[in-house]
Write a protein that binds this ligand. Structure first.
Ligand code: AMP
Length: 197
């Protein structure tokens, strides 16, 4: 196999459910010509198309729980491999556990690349729940429609995901950004970080 020499910029866009990762990733992928991978979107695509993976994922998502690492990591690897010519990736909703963060580091290493930064949207829990309930009115997402499930998703974030900040801080790759404001304001704050990488 020919070794890839092109340098990629790979960013983990981080934050609790409802922080605005998906909205911002859609803007930033265009601005910085990156491939946006949202594991939540890939799971929802599989649910819509009634695949086996979709059925498995749905059984966890409907409860507000994380899908097991094994299937999630395998799926993420396949999504990355679909884009061999990417300038880089913006990962949205992945990694969410320590095992996923380690798998991602390994995958990047295999591509002679790396994660350049974790950029985290910081938003208070109360704001999150309100935003997700509001989004649930139009998103059609079962996991946005019920306050108990929303709270479970936020709890799952603090149980398994929030610690990943330390994983990236230890590598000097963590950048926190205020996630409260309008879309353009938040894009501008994120861009300040992206432009420095
Ligand atoms: P999201 O669209 O990122 O809010 O994800 C919606 C749901 O998909 C989550 O609540 C999880 O059930 C599942 N999910 C998405 N990404 C992951 C991941 N990296 N690990 C495990 N489960 C995930």
């Amino acid at each position: 196999m020919v070794q890839k020499t092109k340098k990629m910029t790979n960013i983990v866009l981080f934050g609790p459910p409802g922080a605005g990762k998906g909205t911002q990733a859609e803007v930033l992928k265009v601005k910085y010509q990156l491939v946006h991978i949202s594991t939540g979107d890939v799971f929802r695509y599989n649910i819509k198309n009634q695949t086996q993976l979709g059925a498995l994922a749905k059984s966890y998502m409907d409860k507000g729980h994380l899908v097991p690492d094994g299937v999630t990591i395998k799926m993420l690897n396949a999504e990355v491999d679909k884009n061999p010519d990417a300038n880089g990736f913006v990962f949205d909703g992945f990694p969410r556990t320590a095992a996923q963060a380690e798998a991602l580091a390994l995958l990047m290493e295999e591509k002679s690349s790396q994660i350049n930064a974790m950029v985290a949207l910081e938003v208070d829990d109360q704001v999150l729940v309100g935003r997700l309930l509001e989004r649930g009115k139009t998103s059609g997402r079962a996991d946005d429609a019920d306050e108990a499930i929303i709270r479970e998703r936020v709890a799952e974030y603090y149980r398994k995901t929030d610690i990943l900040k330390d994983f990236y801080k230890a590598q000097d790759k963590y950048f926190g950004v205020n996630g409260v404001g309008n879309i353009q304001e938040i894009t501008a704050r994120l861009s300040e970080v992206f432009d420095r990488l």
